[in-house]
Design a binder for this molecule. Structure first.
Ligand code: SAH
Length: 241
């Protein structure tokens, strides 16, 4: 079963958004497992898990002794899972990274608070530093929820309609087309005629062209990747001809 181990100073933040809707239902049905470890239970010295930084500076830094004690309680196969530390210094995650993580047995995550964690935790345990965007949160808990939620919805038998996952933004380097529902006219704005035509070939064509236009306009980085992918597949077709 896919498992997320989350080390945090604020266990009460969980399950949070992971306890609702399809992801929450799947958690209750044991289709995936959430193991929250409260770092406060592992004081490095007296009642303290964090200390002021050596060399001076503001805030507190999580002691490596606290993390070591907490980590040692994981089972052997849990210890070998991929490790992620959330940090604004990290590499930004994308949908391909999420798919890789969802295809693995699970992940161990460390949520920072205050000034973060002692660098030796990250070096000794080989943590990947991951950011969820160029902005600063006050803790890694929301970042952990975002990454876990994105992974769990890709696991088999979690989202009822797998077609909805196949059409998601970023699949094949394109953003999703516009969506419409009832009523057909809202405050003078109509749903495009082709969407109401019932002609599914035409609807697919329209949606695909919309996806391309939106991607080209909003995300030139993705659009370049899409073009490169297309060129590669055309070259491959020519070679096998
Ligand atoms: N002084 C640190 C920021 C500490 S913010 C720095 O400048 O790098 C406290 C914690 O919030 C971090 O340790 C990290 O776990 C989390 N965090 C903050 N911003 C984040 C982001 N963009 N992505 C992921 N985690 C983040």
């Amino acid at each position: 079963m896919w498992q997320a181990n989350v080390f945090t100073v604020f266990p009460e933040a969980f399950p949070g958004s992971l306890g609702v809707s399809v992801i929450g239902k799947a958690l209750k049905l044991n289709k995936w497992n959430l193991n929250i470890i409260d770092l406060k239970q592992f004081p490095a010295k007296l009642d303290r898990i964090d200390f002021p930084p050596f060399g001076g500076g503001a805030g507190m830094v999580l002691s490596p002794l606290t993390f070591e004690m907490a980590f040692n309680l994981l089972g052997e196969n849990q210890k070998n899972m991929r490790k992620i530390y959330f940090s604004p210094r990290g590499r930004q995650f994308n949908q391909t990274d999420i798919q890789d993580l969802a295809d693995s047995h699970g992940v161990t995550m460390l949520c920072g608070r205050y000034e973060g964690v002692d660098q030796r935790i990250l070096d000794y345990y080989s943590f990947d530093e991951i950011s969820i965007g160029d902005f600063v949160l006050s803790g890694g808990e929301v970042a952990a929820m975002a990454i876990i939620e994105s992974c769990v919805r890709l696991l088999p038998n979690i989202v009822g309609n797998t077609a909805s996952i196949c059409d998601d933004s970023f699949k094949n380097c394109l953003l999703e087309y516009n969506q419409y529902t009832k009523p057909q006219v809202f405050n003078g704005l109509s749903v495009p005629d082709v969407i109401l035509s019932g002609n599914h070939e035409k609807i697919d064509e329209f949606r695909a062209s919309q996806s391309k236009k939106i991607t080209q306009k909003r995300r030139t980085d993705l659009w370049k990747k899409y073009i490169a992918m297309k060129m590669k597949s055309i070259r491959k077709q020519k070679n096998t001809f």
